[in-house]
Design a protein around this ligand. Structure first.
Ligand code: CMC
Length: 396
Protein backbone atom coordinates (compact mmCIF):
# COMPACT_ATOMS: atom_id res chain seq x y z
CA UNK A 1 0.00 0.00 0.00
CA UNK A 2 2.93 2.34 -0.44
CA UNK A 3 3.43 4.78 2.40
CA UNK A 4 1.27 3.04 4.99
CA UNK A 5 0.07 -0.41 6.04
CA UNK A 6 -3.47 -1.61 5.55
CA UNK A 7 -4.51 -3.13 8.89
CA UNK A 8 -8.30 -3.22 9.37
CA UNK A 9 -9.23 -3.91 13.00
CA UNK A 10 -5.65 -3.05 14.09
CA UNK A 11 -4.62 -6.68 14.17
CA UNK A 12 -0.95 -5.83 13.84
CA UNK A 13 -0.66 -2.16 14.76
CA UNK A 14 0.46 -0.79 18.13
CA UNK A 15 -1.28 2.57 18.41
CA UNK A 16 0.72 3.81 21.41
CA UNK A 17 3.28 2.84 23.98
CA UNK A 18 1.97 2.31 27.50
CA UNK A 19 3.16 1.35 30.98
CA UNK A 20 -0.23 0.50 32.43
CA UNK A 21 -1.48 -2.97 31.51
CA UNK A 22 0.26 -6.01 30.06
CA UNK A 23 -1.49 -8.94 28.41
CA UNK A 24 0.15 -12.13 27.16
CA UNK A 25 -2.72 -13.64 25.20
CA UNK A 26 -0.99 -16.97 24.57
CA UNK A 27 -0.07 -17.55 28.20
CA UNK A 28 -3.32 -16.13 29.63
CA UNK A 29 -1.51 -13.45 31.65
CA UNK A 30 -2.95 -10.09 32.68
CA UNK A 31 -0.89 -7.62 34.72
CA UNK A 32 -1.83 -4.15 35.95
CA UNK A 33 1.40 -2.16 36.41
CA UNK A 34 3.23 -5.51 36.66
CA UNK A 35 0.96 -7.12 39.25
CA UNK A 36 -0.93 -10.31 38.29
CA UNK A 37 -4.70 -9.88 38.18
CA UNK A 38 -5.14 -12.97 40.40
CA UNK A 39 -3.15 -11.34 43.23
CA UNK A 40 -4.86 -7.98 42.86
CA UNK A 41 -8.29 -9.65 42.91
CA UNK A 42 -7.30 -11.53 46.09
CA UNK A 43 -5.45 -8.90 48.14
CA UNK A 44 -6.76 -5.50 47.05
CA UNK A 45 -9.99 -3.58 46.94
CA UNK A 46 -11.14 -1.67 43.88
CA UNK A 47 -9.95 1.75 45.03
CA UNK A 48 -6.50 0.33 45.73
CA UNK A 49 -6.43 -0.92 42.13
CA UNK A 50 -7.61 2.52 40.96
CA UNK A 51 -4.69 4.12 42.79
CA UNK A 52 -2.32 1.61 41.21
CA UNK A 53 -3.61 2.18 37.67
CA UNK A 54 -3.48 5.96 38.04
CA UNK A 55 -0.16 6.28 39.88
CA UNK A 56 1.86 3.25 38.85
CA UNK A 57 2.42 1.93 42.41
CA UNK A 58 0.26 0.36 45.09
CA UNK A 59 -0.56 2.87 47.85
CA UNK A 60 0.87 2.82 51.36
CA UNK A 61 -1.84 2.64 54.06
CA UNK A 62 -1.58 6.43 54.48
CA UNK A 63 -1.80 7.09 50.72
CA UNK A 64 -4.77 4.75 50.47
CA UNK A 65 -6.58 6.59 53.24
CA UNK A 66 -6.06 9.95 51.55
CA UNK A 67 -7.08 8.54 48.16
CA UNK A 68 -10.28 6.96 49.51
CA UNK A 69 -11.14 10.18 51.33
CA UNK A 70 -10.58 12.29 48.22
CA UNK A 71 -12.62 10.04 45.94
CA UNK A 72 -15.40 9.84 48.51
CA UNK A 73 -15.67 13.64 48.72
CA UNK A 74 -16.71 13.72 45.07
CA UNK A 75 -19.52 11.15 45.10
CA UNK A 76 -22.41 13.63 44.84
CA UNK A 77 -23.60 15.03 41.54
CA UNK A 78 -24.89 18.54 40.90
CA UNK A 79 -28.66 18.85 41.46
CA UNK A 80 -29.06 20.20 37.92
CA UNK A 81 -27.45 17.03 36.61
CA UNK A 82 -30.00 14.99 38.55
CA UNK A 83 -32.71 16.91 36.67
CA UNK A 84 -31.19 15.90 33.35
CA UNK A 85 -32.52 12.37 33.88
CA UNK A 86 -36.10 13.64 33.69
CA UNK A 87 -35.56 14.41 30.01
CA UNK A 88 -35.16 10.73 29.17
CA UNK A 89 -37.95 8.23 28.67
CA UNK A 90 -38.26 5.94 31.69
CA UNK A 91 -37.75 2.91 29.47
CA UNK A 92 -34.53 4.22 27.90
CA UNK A 93 -31.64 1.78 27.86
CA UNK A 94 -29.50 2.87 30.84
CA UNK A 95 -26.40 2.91 28.61
CA UNK A 96 -28.08 5.53 26.41
CA UNK A 97 -28.65 7.61 29.54
CA UNK A 98 -25.05 7.06 30.66
CA UNK A 99 -23.59 8.36 27.40
CA UNK A 100 -25.65 11.54 27.76
CA UNK A 101 -25.16 12.17 31.47
CA UNK A 102 -21.40 11.50 31.55
CA UNK A 103 -20.92 13.67 28.45
CA UNK A 104 -22.86 16.44 30.20
CA UNK A 105 -20.43 16.51 33.17
CA UNK A 106 -18.17 18.88 31.24
CA UNK A 107 -21.01 21.40 31.30
CA UNK A 108 -20.69 21.40 35.11
CA UNK A 109 -16.93 21.36 35.61
CA UNK A 110 -15.38 24.01 33.40
CA UNK A 111 -11.90 23.37 34.77
CA UNK A 112 -11.98 20.03 32.91
CA UNK A 113 -11.62 21.91 29.63
CA UNK A 114 -8.09 22.96 30.53
CA UNK A 115 -6.42 19.61 29.97
CA UNK A 116 -2.90 21.01 30.01
CA UNK A 117 -3.14 21.68 33.74
CA UNK A 118 -2.25 18.44 35.63
CA UNK A 119 -4.27 19.55 38.69
CA UNK A 120 -7.36 19.91 36.54
CA UNK A 121 -6.73 16.52 34.99
CA UNK A 122 -6.41 14.99 38.43
CA UNK A 123 -9.60 16.45 39.81
CA UNK A 124 -11.47 15.30 36.70
CA UNK A 125 -10.14 11.78 37.36
CA UNK A 126 -11.36 11.88 40.97
CA UNK A 127 -14.73 13.22 39.89
CA UNK A 128 -15.20 10.53 37.27
CA UNK A 129 -14.24 7.62 39.54
CA UNK A 130 -16.37 8.99 42.36
CA UNK A 131 -19.46 9.97 40.38
CA UNK A 132 -19.80 6.99 38.07
CA UNK A 133 -21.43 4.75 40.74
CA UNK A 134 -23.86 7.59 41.59
CA UNK A 135 -24.67 8.15 37.91
CA UNK A 136 -25.12 4.42 37.19
CA UNK A 137 -27.36 3.93 40.24
CA UNK A 138 -29.43 6.98 39.25
CA UNK A 139 -29.95 5.55 35.75
CA UNK A 140 -31.32 2.41 37.40
CA UNK A 141 -33.53 4.26 39.87
CA UNK A 142 -34.93 6.44 37.11
CA UNK A 143 -35.75 3.33 35.11
CA UNK A 144 -37.50 1.81 38.14
CA UNK A 145 -39.42 4.95 39.02
CA UNK A 146 -37.84 4.98 42.49
CA UNK A 147 -36.33 8.02 44.21
CA UNK A 148 -32.64 8.64 43.71
CA UNK A 149 -30.53 7.57 46.69
CA UNK A 150 -27.87 10.08 47.65
CA UNK A 151 -24.42 8.64 48.32
CA UNK A 152 -23.53 7.87 51.92
CA UNK A 153 -19.88 8.67 52.36
CA UNK A 154 -19.38 6.62 55.52
CA UNK A 155 -19.63 3.54 53.30
CA UNK A 156 -16.88 2.11 51.11
CA UNK A 157 -16.98 2.54 47.33
CA UNK A 158 -18.79 -0.70 46.44
CA UNK A 159 -21.06 -0.76 49.51
CA UNK A 160 -22.10 2.78 48.71
CA UNK A 161 -22.93 1.77 45.15
CA UNK A 162 -25.00 -1.21 46.31
CA UNK A 163 -26.97 0.99 48.68
CA UNK A 164 -27.63 3.57 45.95
CA UNK A 165 -28.82 0.76 43.65
CA UNK A 166 -30.87 -1.37 46.00
CA UNK A 167 -31.69 0.85 48.97
CA UNK A 168 -34.83 2.95 49.36
CA UNK A 169 -35.22 5.99 51.61
CA UNK A 170 -37.95 4.26 53.61
CA UNK A 171 -35.65 1.53 54.93
CA UNK A 172 -32.15 0.93 56.21
CA UNK A 173 -30.10 -0.99 53.69
CA UNK A 174 -27.74 -3.65 54.94
CA UNK A 175 -24.91 -4.55 52.64
CA UNK A 176 -24.13 -8.26 52.38
CA UNK A 177 -20.30 -8.37 52.61
CA UNK A 178 -19.96 -11.49 50.41
CA UNK A 179 -21.98 -9.87 47.63
CA UNK A 180 -20.20 -6.54 47.98
CA UNK A 181 -16.80 -8.24 47.80
CA UNK A 182 -17.95 -10.11 44.66
CA UNK A 183 -19.01 -6.88 42.99
CA UNK A 184 -15.75 -5.23 44.03
CA UNK A 185 -13.92 -8.11 42.35
CA UNK A 186 -15.96 -7.64 39.17
CA UNK A 187 -14.83 -4.00 39.20
CA UNK A 188 -11.17 -5.02 39.65
CA UNK A 189 -11.35 -7.56 36.80
CA UNK A 190 -12.82 -4.97 34.44
CA UNK A 191 -10.69 -1.98 35.50
CA UNK A 192 -8.33 -1.94 32.53
CA UNK A 193 -7.48 -4.04 29.50
CA UNK A 194 -4.89 -2.08 27.51
CA UNK A 195 -5.87 -0.90 24.02
CA UNK A 196 -9.33 -2.50 23.60
CA UNK A 197 -11.92 -0.79 21.39
CA UNK A 198 -13.34 1.59 24.02
CA UNK A 199 -9.93 2.54 25.43
CA UNK A 200 -8.67 3.21 21.92
CA UNK A 201 -11.80 5.32 21.40
CA UNK A 202 -11.01 7.33 24.54
CA UNK A 203 -7.42 7.85 23.39
CA UNK A 204 -8.49 8.84 19.88
CA UNK A 205 -11.10 11.27 21.20
CA UNK A 206 -8.56 12.65 23.68
CA UNK A 207 -5.87 13.03 21.05
CA UNK A 208 -7.70 16.06 19.67
CA UNK A 209 -7.58 17.76 23.07
CA UNK A 210 -11.21 17.01 23.94
CA UNK A 211 -12.05 17.22 27.67
CA UNK A 212 -11.96 14.04 29.80
CA UNK A 213 -15.74 13.84 30.36
CA UNK A 214 -16.38 13.94 26.60
CA UNK A 215 -13.68 11.30 26.09
CA UNK A 216 -15.10 8.95 28.71
CA UNK A 217 -18.59 9.40 27.22
CA UNK A 218 -17.17 8.27 23.86
CA UNK A 219 -15.65 5.24 25.59
CA UNK A 220 -19.02 4.39 27.13
CA UNK A 221 -20.67 4.63 23.70
CA UNK A 222 -18.11 2.23 22.22
CA UNK A 223 -18.33 -0.15 25.16
CA UNK A 224 -22.05 -0.58 24.61
CA UNK A 225 -21.59 -2.75 21.50
CA UNK A 226 -22.31 -6.49 21.88
CA UNK A 227 -18.85 -7.44 20.57
CA UNK A 228 -17.31 -5.50 23.49
CA UNK A 229 -18.90 -4.55 26.83
CA UNK A 230 -22.40 -5.46 25.71
CA UNK A 231 -21.25 -9.11 25.60
CA UNK A 232 -22.16 -9.77 29.27
CA UNK A 233 -25.73 -8.70 28.58
CA UNK A 234 -25.78 -10.69 25.32
CA UNK A 235 -24.27 -13.77 27.02
CA UNK A 236 -26.89 -13.84 29.77
CA UNK A 237 -29.65 -13.19 27.25
CA UNK A 238 -28.34 -16.15 25.24
CA UNK A 239 -28.45 -18.40 28.34
CA UNK A 240 -31.97 -17.26 29.20
CA UNK A 241 -33.14 -17.88 25.62
CA UNK A 242 -31.71 -21.41 25.62
CA UNK A 243 -33.31 -22.02 29.01
CA UNK A 244 -36.68 -20.86 27.70
CA UNK A 245 -36.26 -23.00 24.62
CA UNK A 246 -35.80 -26.24 26.58
CA UNK A 247 -32.61 -25.83 28.62
CA UNK A 248 -29.84 -28.40 28.79
CA UNK A 249 -31.19 -30.62 26.04
CA UNK A 250 -30.96 -27.72 23.56
CA UNK A 251 -27.27 -27.04 24.20
CA UNK A 252 -26.05 -29.26 21.34
CA UNK A 253 -28.46 -27.65 18.90
CA UNK A 254 -27.36 -24.17 19.98
CA UNK A 255 -23.66 -24.99 19.55
CA UNK A 256 -24.43 -26.21 16.02
CA UNK A 257 -26.09 -22.89 15.26
CA UNK A 258 -23.17 -20.90 16.75
CA UNK A 259 -20.81 -22.73 14.38
CA UNK A 260 -22.91 -21.89 11.35
CA UNK A 261 -21.74 -18.54 9.95
CA UNK A 262 -25.10 -18.00 8.21
CA UNK A 263 -27.15 -18.35 11.39
CA UNK A 264 -26.20 -14.93 12.75
CA UNK A 265 -25.70 -16.63 16.12
CA UNK A 266 -22.44 -16.56 18.08
CA UNK A 267 -21.57 -18.18 21.36
CA UNK A 268 -21.56 -14.96 23.34
CA UNK A 269 -18.93 -14.70 26.06
CA UNK A 270 -16.58 -16.83 23.97
CA UNK A 271 -13.54 -15.71 22.02
CA UNK A 272 -11.19 -12.81 22.44
CA UNK A 273 -8.96 -10.81 20.13
CA UNK A 274 -5.93 -11.21 22.38
CA UNK A 275 -6.50 -14.26 24.61
CA UNK A 276 -5.93 -17.35 22.54
CA UNK A 277 -5.44 -19.77 25.42
CA UNK A 278 -7.72 -18.65 28.22
CA UNK A 279 -8.91 -15.41 29.73
CA UNK A 280 -7.52 -15.27 33.30
CA UNK A 281 -10.44 -13.06 34.27
CA UNK A 282 -12.89 -15.81 33.28
CA UNK A 283 -11.29 -18.23 35.78
CA UNK A 284 -11.62 -15.72 38.60
CA UNK A 285 -15.15 -14.91 37.53
CA UNK A 286 -16.13 -18.57 37.60
CA UNK A 287 -14.84 -18.79 41.20
CA UNK A 288 -16.79 -15.66 42.13
CA UNK A 289 -19.92 -17.10 40.49
CA UNK A 290 -19.81 -20.10 42.80
CA UNK A 291 -19.24 -17.94 45.89
CA UNK A 292 -22.13 -15.64 45.07
CA UNK A 293 -24.55 -18.40 44.15
CA UNK A 294 -23.72 -20.14 47.44
CA UNK A 295 -24.23 -16.89 49.36
CA UNK A 296 -27.70 -16.37 47.88
CA UNK A 297 -28.64 -20.06 48.15
CA UNK A 298 -28.75 -20.60 44.39
CA UNK A 299 -26.04 -23.24 43.95
CA UNK A 300 -28.34 -25.11 41.60
CA UNK A 301 -28.96 -22.14 39.33
CA UNK A 302 -30.06 -23.67 36.01
CA UNK A 303 -28.27 -20.91 34.08
CA UNK A 304 -24.95 -21.84 35.70
CA UNK A 305 -25.53 -25.48 34.75
CA UNK A 306 -26.35 -24.38 31.23
CA UNK A 307 -23.24 -22.20 31.01
CA UNK A 308 -21.05 -25.05 32.22
CA UNK A 309 -22.59 -27.49 29.73
CA UNK A 310 -22.06 -25.00 26.88
CA UNK A 311 -18.48 -24.39 27.96
CA UNK A 312 -17.72 -28.12 28.19
CA UNK A 313 -19.09 -28.92 24.73
CA UNK A 314 -17.42 -25.89 23.14
CA UNK A 315 -14.04 -26.66 24.70
CA UNK A 316 -14.12 -30.11 23.12
CA UNK A 317 -15.46 -29.04 19.75
CA UNK A 318 -13.09 -28.86 16.79
CA UNK A 319 -14.64 -25.55 15.57
CA UNK A 320 -13.89 -23.69 18.84
CA UNK A 321 -10.61 -25.51 19.54
CA UNK A 322 -9.11 -24.79 16.12
CA UNK A 323 -10.09 -21.10 16.36
CA UNK A 324 -8.74 -20.87 19.92
CA UNK A 325 -12.07 -19.70 21.29
CA UNK A 326 -12.30 -19.86 25.10
CA UNK A 327 -14.70 -18.35 27.62
CA UNK A 328 -13.96 -14.69 28.26
CA UNK A 329 -14.73 -12.64 31.38
CA UNK A 330 -18.28 -12.02 30.23
CA UNK A 331 -19.27 -15.65 29.99
CA UNK A 332 -19.81 -15.81 33.76
CA UNK A 333 -20.09 -12.18 34.82
CA UNK A 334 -23.76 -12.01 33.77
CA UNK A 335 -24.66 -14.95 36.01
CA UNK A 336 -22.95 -13.30 38.99
CA UNK A 337 -24.56 -9.95 38.38
CA UNK A 338 -27.99 -11.51 38.01
CA UNK A 339 -27.46 -13.31 41.34
CA UNK A 340 -26.48 -9.96 42.89
CA UNK A 341 -29.89 -8.65 41.82
CA UNK A 342 -28.55 -6.45 39.03
CA UNK A 343 -30.90 -6.42 36.03
CA UNK A 344 -29.50 -7.46 32.65
CA UNK A 345 -29.83 -4.00 31.12
CA UNK A 346 -27.46 -2.61 33.82
CA UNK A 347 -24.57 -5.02 33.19
CA UNK A 348 -22.72 -2.86 30.71
CA UNK A 349 -23.22 0.18 32.95
CA UNK A 350 -21.38 -1.67 35.72
CA UNK A 351 -18.62 -2.50 33.23
CA UNK A 352 -18.35 1.19 32.29
CA UNK A 353 -18.12 2.13 35.98
CA UNK A 354 -15.21 -0.27 36.41
CA UNK A 355 -13.42 0.67 33.18
CA UNK A 356 -13.61 4.41 33.85
CA UNK A 357 -10.39 4.28 35.88
CA UNK A 358 -8.60 2.43 33.07
CA UNK A 359 -9.85 4.94 30.51
CA UNK A 360 -8.77 7.89 32.61
CA UNK A 361 -5.35 6.38 33.39
CA UNK A 362 -4.78 5.73 29.67
CA UNK A 363 -6.04 9.18 28.73
CA UNK A 364 -3.74 10.80 31.26
CA UNK A 365 -0.78 8.75 30.07
CA UNK A 366 -1.46 9.90 26.52
CA UNK A 367 -1.83 13.57 27.42
CA UNK A 368 1.43 13.47 29.39
CA UNK A 369 3.35 11.77 26.55
CA UNK A 370 5.56 14.30 24.74
CA UNK A 371 5.28 12.19 21.56
CA UNK A 372 1.50 12.37 21.60
CA UNK A 373 -0.06 13.39 18.29
CA UNK A 374 -3.62 13.62 17.10
CA UNK A 375 -4.81 10.13 16.07
CA UNK A 376 -5.38 10.15 12.35
CA UNK A 377 -5.60 6.74 10.64
CA UNK A 378 -5.11 6.56 6.90
CA UNK A 379 -7.36 4.63 4.52
CA UNK A 380 -7.29 2.48 1.45
CA UNK A 381 -9.46 4.46 -0.96
CA UNK A 382 -11.52 2.24 -3.26
CA UNK A 383 -14.18 4.66 -4.51
CA UNK A 384 -14.67 6.37 -7.86
CA UNK A 385 -11.76 8.11 -9.60
CA UNK A 386 -12.10 11.81 -10.43
CA UNK A 387 -15.15 12.64 -12.54
CA UNK A 388 -17.24 15.70 -13.46
CA UNK A 389 -20.59 16.74 -11.99
CA UNK A 390 -23.50 16.65 -14.47
CA UNK A 391 -26.06 19.35 -13.46
CA UNK A 392 -29.24 17.77 -12.04
CA UNK A 393 -31.42 18.90 -14.96
CA UNK A 394 -29.24 16.92 -17.35
CA UNK A 395 -29.09 13.76 -15.18
CA UNK A 396 -30.97 10.55 -15.96
N1 CMC B 1 -18.92 -17.88 18.46
C1 CMC B 1 -18.75 -18.49 17.26
N2 CMC B 1 -17.72 -18.23 16.42
C2 CMC B 1 -16.82 -17.30 16.80
C3 CMC B 1 -16.94 -16.61 18.03
C4 CMC B 1 -18.03 -16.93 18.86
N3 CMC B 1 -18.20 -16.32 20.03
N4 CMC B 1 -15.93 -15.74 18.17
C5 CMC B 1 -15.19 -15.87 17.05
N5 CMC B 1 -15.71 -16.82 16.23
C6 CMC B 1 -15.15 -17.29 14.96
C7 CMC B 1 -15.25 -16.23 13.86
O1 CMC B 1 -16.44 -16.38 13.13
C8 CMC B 1 -14.02 -16.52 13.04
O2 CMC B 1 -14.26 -17.67 12.26
P1 CMC B 1 -13.51 -17.85 10.83
O3 CMC B 1 -12.05 -17.78 11.11
O4 CMC B 1 -13.97 -19.18 10.34
O5 CMC B 1 -14.00 -16.70 9.98
C9 CMC B 1 -12.97 -16.92 14.08
O6 CMC B 1 -13.75 -17.46 15.18
C10 CMC B 1 -12.10 -15.77 14.57
O7 CMC B 1 -12.96 -14.76 15.08
P2 CMC B 1 -12.85 -13.21 14.74
O8 CMC B 1 -14.21 -12.62 14.82
O9 CMC B 1 -12.07 -13.03 13.49
O10 CMC B 1 -11.95 -12.76 15.96
P3 CMC B 1 -11.81 -11.28 16.49
O11 CMC B 1 -10.53 -11.25 17.23
O12 CMC B 1 -12.01 -10.30 15.39
O13 CMC B 1 -13.07 -11.12 17.48
C11 CMC B 1 -14.47 -11.20 19.41
C12 CMC B 1 -13.03 -11.32 18.85
C13 CMC B 1 -14.40 -11.11 20.93
C14 CMC B 1 -15.13 -9.92 18.89
C15 CMC B 1 -15.29 -12.43 18.97
O14 CMC B 1 -14.68 -13.62 19.46
C16 CMC B 1 -16.74 -12.36 19.42
O15 CMC B 1 -17.56 -11.72 18.76
N6 CMC B 1 -17.11 -13.02 20.58
C17 CMC B 1 -18.45 -12.96 21.10
C18 CMC B 1 -18.65 -11.61 21.80
C19 CMC B 1 -17.93 -11.52 23.12
O16 CMC B 1 -18.01 -12.40 23.96
N7 CMC B 1 -17.22 -10.38 23.34
C20 CMC B 1 -16.58 -10.09 24.61
C21 CMC B 1 -15.12 -9.93 24.51
S1 CMC B 1 -14.37 -9.92 26.16
C22 CMC B 1 -14.98 -8.51 26.93
C23 CMC B 1 -14.43 -7.26 26.38
O17 CMC B 1 -13.19 -7.08 26.43
O18 CMC B 1 -15.22 -6.42 25.93
Amino acid sequence: TGKFTYDPGFLATASCSSKITYIDGDAGVLLYRGYPIEQLATHCDFLEVCYLLLNGELPSPEEKKTFDWTVTRHTMVHEQLARLYQGFRRDSHPMAVMVGVVGALSAFYHDSLDINNPDHRQISAFRLIAKLPTIVAMAYKYNMGQPFMYPKNSLGYTDNFMRMMFGVPAEEYEVNPVLSRALDRILILHADHEQNASTSTVRLAGSSGANPFACIASGIACLWGPAHGGANEAALQMLMDIQKDGGLEKVGEFIKKAKDKNSGVKLMGFGHRVYKNYDPRAKLMQETTREVLAAVGAENDPLLKLAMALEKIALEDEYFVSRKLYPNVDFYSGIVQRALGIPVSMFTCIFSMARTVGWIAQWNEMISDPEQKIGRPRQLYQGATKRDVVPIAKRG
